[in-house]
Design a protein around this ligand. Structure first.
Ligand code: NAP
Ligand code: HSE
Length: 440
C-alpha cells in the first residue's frame, strides 16, 4: 500500500547507495526536515539504506533506518513509494531499477552512465508500470539543467548547448594552470573530494561528459545519441605547456561539450577546446560546470555552479524528491515520454564539423621541417592563421628539437584528420601532434 492509498501524507523512501551522494542526501533529509515538510506538505521516512559493506563507517547517522545489502526487503515492502538510486555503474544498478519499477516504486537517480546506456529500456519499463524516473542530479551536479530544459525552456526550440559537464576534468585543468600542481596530484585531490567517478578514467577521457551531453541532447533536440556518434577526446594527453601556450594566446583550454544545430543537422562533440579567456565558459574554474543554452524564444541562458561533489549533487537529488512528493515529477515525466516521439534532428557527419584548430607538435629543428608541415596542411586545404616557434639554442646540433604551435583558419574535422595522418608519418615529428578545436 503506497502513501496515496494510505492517505497519511507520509512518504517512505529507500536509499540505494550511501557513498558521496547518498550520505549528502541523508544529511539534507535530517537537517532540513521542516523545510521539506513545508515545501511539500508531506512527511518523509527514510526506511532502508542499501550498501555493499555494512561494516563501513559512514559520515552520517543511519539511526532509524534498516541498513541492508540486499534489495529484497524493499521489493517486498509495499509501503515504500520511492527509491533513490545512487549506487553508480551499470549492473546491478540496471537490474535493480527494473525490479523496483516492476514492484511499483518510483525512482530518483544520479546515475548518468546507466541512463545513457539503458535510458530507453528504463523509461519504457517506467511507462508500462505507470511510474516516474527523475534524474536532475545526473547532469551538471547542483545546476538545475534538467528542469531548465524540460520545464523552464519548454516553449523553446533549442538551438545550441555549449557546456562544461565534468567537474573532475575542469578541476584538473584549472589547478594545473593556476596552482602549478601535476595532473596526478590534482586527480588524486578530485577523488578525495568526491568529485571523480569510481573509475576516474571516465572523467578524464570525456566519457562522463559525453554521457551527460547525450542525455541533454535527447531532451533538447529529441535526438538519441550513442557515444560513438560524438567526436570525443579527453584531457589525459594535454600537457601543462598546452594550457600555458593557450593562455599566452588569450585562451583557456576547457573540456567543452557542444551540441548545436548547424545546417539543420546536429553537431556534437566533447573535446578539450580553446575558449577565449574573456568568455564565461573560460572563467568557469575548479569543479564548477556551466551550461550555455540558447532557445529560439528565450535567447542565451548561462547556468553555472558546482558540477560535482556531495552536497550540490544531493541538492539536485532532494529537489527531485520534493518534485516527486508534490506531484510535479509525474507530470514532467509524462511530458518527457510524449516528447520521445519528437522528430529526431539528424547528426552532422563527424568529418563535416567546421572549426578553427590549435596544433602543437615537437619537431626536429632542421631545414625544411616547417615547409613540410605547411605543405601537408596546404594540400589538405587547411589555411594557417599563425605560427609560433620559440628560438632554440644554437649549439644542440642534430638532437635539437623545437615546439611548434600552429593556429589554423576554419577547416573541417575530416581535413584535419587526414592531414594529421600524413603529419604523423614525418620523421621530423617527435611524438604525436596535439590538435584541439577553438570555440568562437
Ligand atoms: P560512491 O561514493 O562510490 O558511492 C556508491 C555507493 O553505492 C556506496 O555506498 C556503495 O556501498 C554502494 N554500492 C555500490 N555497489 C553496490 C552494490 N552492488 N550493492 C549495494 N550497494 C552498492 O559513488 P557516488 O560518488 O556517491 O556516486 C553515486 C552515483 O551518483 C554514480 O552514478 C555517480 O555517477 C553519480 N553522481 C556522482 C556525483 C559526485 O559528485 N560524486 C555527482 C553526480 C552524479 P559501500 O559504501 O558499502 O561501498
Ligand atoms: N564525476 C563527475 C564529475 C561527477 O566530475 O563531474 C558529477 O557527475
Amino acid at each position: 500500500m503506497n502513501s496515496e492509498s494510505r492517505g497519511d501524507g507520509k512518504l517512505r523512501i529507500a536509499l540505494v547507495g550511501c557513498g558521496t551522494v547518498g550520505s549528502g542526501v541523508i544529511r539534507i533529509l535530517r537537517e532540513s526536515t521542516r523545510l521539506l515538510e513545508l515545501r511539500t506538505g508531506r512527511t518523509f521516512e527514510l526506511r532502508y539504506v542499501v550498501v555493499r559493506d555494512r561494516s563501513k563507517q559512514r559520515p552520517v547517522s543511519l539511526e532509524g533506518c534498516q541498513v541492508i545489502t540486499d534489495v529484497d526487503p524493499i521489493l517486498r515492502d509495499s509501503e515504500i513509494d520511492v527509491v533513490i538510486q545512487v549506487m553508480g555503474g551499470i549492473e546491478p544498478a540496471r537490474t535493480r531499477m527494473l525490479q523496483f519499477l516492476a514492484a511499483g516504486k518510483d525512482i530518483i537517480t544520479a546515475n548518468k552512465a546507466l541512463l545513457h546506456a539503458h535510458g530507453q529500456e528504463l523509461f519504457e519499463a517506467a511507462s508500462r508500470a505507470d511510474k516516474t524516473i527523475c534524474f536532475e542530479a545526473a547532469v551538471a551536479g547542483g545546476i538545475p539543467i534538467i528542469a531548465t530544459v524540460t520545464q523552464s525552456l519548454a516553449a523553446n526550440r533549442i538551438l545550441s548547448i555549449e557546456a562544461i559537464l565534468n567537474g573532475t576534468s575542469n578541476f584538473i585543468l584549472s589547478r594545473m594552470l593556476d596552482c602549478g600542481q601535476t595532473y596526478e596530484e590534482v586527480l588524486r585531490e578530485a577523488q578525495d573530494r568526491g568529485y571523480a567517478e569510481a573509475d576516474p578514467a571516465m572523467d578524464v577521457d570525456g566519457t562522463d561528459a559525453a554521457q551527460k551531453l547525450a542525455i541533454l541532447t535527447q531532451l533538447a533536440f529529441g535526438t538519441r545519441v550513442q557515444l560513438t556518434d560524438i567526436v570525443r577526446q579527453g584531457i589525459q594527453n594535454l600537457e601543462l605547456q598546452d594550457l600555458e601556450v593557450a593562455a599566452e594566446l588569450g585562451y583557456r583550454i576547457k573540456l567543452l561539450a557542444t551540441s548545436k544545430l548547424a545546417k539543420k543537422k546536429l553537431e556534437i562533440s566533447v573535446q578539450p577546446t580553446l575558449v577565449r579567456s574573456d568568455r564565461a565558459i573560460a572563467q568557469t574554474n575548479g569543479a564548477d560546470n556551466i551550461v550555455a543554452i540558447e532557445g529560439d524564444a528565450a535567447g542565451l541562458l548561462r547556468l553555472s555552479g558546482a558540477g560535482a561533489g556531495q552536497m550540490p549533487t544531493a541538492s539536485a537529488v532532494v529537489a527531485d524528491l520534493i518534485d516527486y512528493a508534490s506531484g510535479r515529477a509525474a507530470i514532467t515525466f509524462k511530458s518527457l515520454l510524449r516528447m520521445q516521439s519528437l522528430e529526431q534532428v539528424p547528426l552532422l557527419p563527424q568529418e563535416e564539423l567546421s572549426r578553427r584548430y590549435y596544433l602543437r607538435m615537437t619537431v626536429a629543428d632542421r631545414p625544411h621541417v616547417l615547409a613540410d608541415i605547411a605543405d601537408i596542411l596546404g594540400r589538405h586545404e587547411i589555411s594557417i592563421s599563425s605560427v609560433r616557434q620559440d628560438e632554440t639554442p644554437e649549439d644542440e646540433g642534430e638532437e635539437a628539437v623545437a615546439r611548434l604551435v600552429i593556429m589554423t583558419h576554419r577547416t573541417t574535422e575530416g581535413r584535419l584528420r587526414a592531414a594529421d595522418q600524413e603529419l604523423s608519418s614525418l620523421s621530423s615529428l617527435k611524438g604525436s601532434c596535439i590538435r584541439l578545436p577553438v570555440s568562437d
